[in-house]
Design a protein around this ligand. Sequence first.
Ligand code: DGT
Ligand code: CA
Ligand code: CA
Length: 601
Amino acid sequence: METGRPAHEGGPVPRLDHPPGQAQPEGVIMKNSQVAKVFQDIADFLELKGEVPFKVRAYQKAARTIEHLPVEVEQLMAEGRLRQVPGVGDAIAKKITELLTTGRLEYYEKLRAEFPEGITTLLDIPGIGPKTALRLVSELGVRSVEDLEAALAGGKVASLYRLGDKTAENILRHLQSLRTKEQRIPLGVALPQVEDIISSLRERCEVHNLTPAGSLRRFKETVGDVDLMGTADNAQAVIDTFTGLAQVRQVLAKGSTKASIVTDRDLQVDLRVVEHDAFGSLLQYFTGSKQHNIALRERGRRRGLKLSEYGITDLKTGRLEKFAAEEDFYRRLGLPLIPPELREGEQELETAERGAIPTLVELGDIKGDLHVHTNWSDGRDSLETMVAAARALGYQYLAITEHSRGRGIAHGLDEGRLRQQMTEIRRLNESLDGFTVLSGIEVDIRADGSLDLPDEMLADLDVVIAAVHSALGQDEARMTRRLLAAIENRHVDIIAHPTARLLGEREPVAVDMEAVFRAAARTGTALEINAMPDRLDLKDSHVFRARELGVKLTLGSDAHAAEHLALMRYGVGTARRGWCEARHILNTLPVGQVLASLKGR
Ligand code: DGT
Ligand code: CA
Ligand code: CA
């Protein structure tokens, strides 16, 4: 069952913007994590002051308990049950009450005033204990995350007496993972930036095999940071060029073979450069996922082999074998090369073992785009322009699928204009050689599940896509009924962007996806993988399940301008993450067979 909640990675992150213990905006309820944070800070302050350990531990324990409470501490207070919480005695119960009722805590604020400003920000960062925080503030004048990053990059943290490289590295790692959790960046935002960086680097220095690894290479819908790999004879020259690129806003760390930067558009990019003979193991290691690598390492261990980014060590002889190619790395473990999109630590190793890794669909398999808008509705470009762009991509056909009349803001077509467009398309087809324009529609599914155009109209079209665009807040039962009604309509060939989510902007609708998949499979209605990078809807896990249930799938760019046709690659990546082969995607077929496979035919 789909509950309509997105699968956001990482838990809630401590908010660094609003210092806890200070007055909260009116009406804002303090979360358990915020209350816990106040008590953790108190424990840290007391430790810094040299208080007796048992007192420090009491606050630490209270913080931990509150953080993990299964109910809101606010509710416990209302019910007079604070004292029932383990570790909460009279004194702490009183402090919680003060904090929750007034939004501030006098005791905390007094303590806080004894220490330099900025220290609580540092205490929020995992890997920085109270003593280190105090030294960073008083000896280096660090007051903010930015100050800390600068101090780390300048080697100042490592040079603090008795702190050293290891601690500095540790802090940097925690900072990076905080950044990663806070803001995952949509693939469609990250990939073009990375491609830009890659081409800049290639132009400016002698670097080979420059490839993204990590989640970007696996085509995950969002990425935390970008991991770039390359080879060079002179690694330092590549690193220097990289950190000096115009796209770089901040250098987080820099060494002789690796560097981390943040771009002017807030994307963190880590670059690693190795010698050619070790590139395969490097790329394998940093492509991940972590889960995949753990499973792979376990497999190696059973064979007496130790895996690392440097290669594979035979534990008996201690000899390190290097790998220039990823394929040879996998072969050494008795496995075929596993496509990056499958490396999620799920069932790819067992499948590879059985020799059953699918031949995943590729962009080159796509013979046409089945979801396209023109300036007849809310698209920017003309029919002719869209067709020319599709031909330039090597496609054989294109389905024109404007919005229907109910989508007033999108200049949706009524029957009259739609028939007009059909005539226009027929005329256009007569002038085209080896290319077919299909007459379609993206008909609106109304709130009650009925469609926005009469059946007689839909029956005359080549391709009928149906989609929800409004009343997205319906409860799961109603939304499911609504989608099922459209699926049951015999003229509906495809359901577009079934969950209507917009990454980072709009939650998916609440709908029983399993019921949708089963109805789609039973009726032969195809579900779309919308390739717009802020949609990617169906998402990877839905694609996987739908395919498993035998649902027909289509890929559509939902292009509203000629250049959007190229967004198809994001849809293909999502299909690959759902383990799709070409045969699972209708528009890998030539036009005649696609039409024959659509339900409405
Ligand atoms: P992201 O950046 O959060 O979108 O996800 P990834 O997968 O790109 O993760 P990232 O950037 O932290 O690390 C890149 C790869 O490096 C990761 O996919 C696998 C490898 N890696 C990182 N940390 C570990 C680790 O602790 N153990 C293992 N085995 N591999 C790791
Ligand atoms: Ca990454
Ligand atoms: Ca990384």
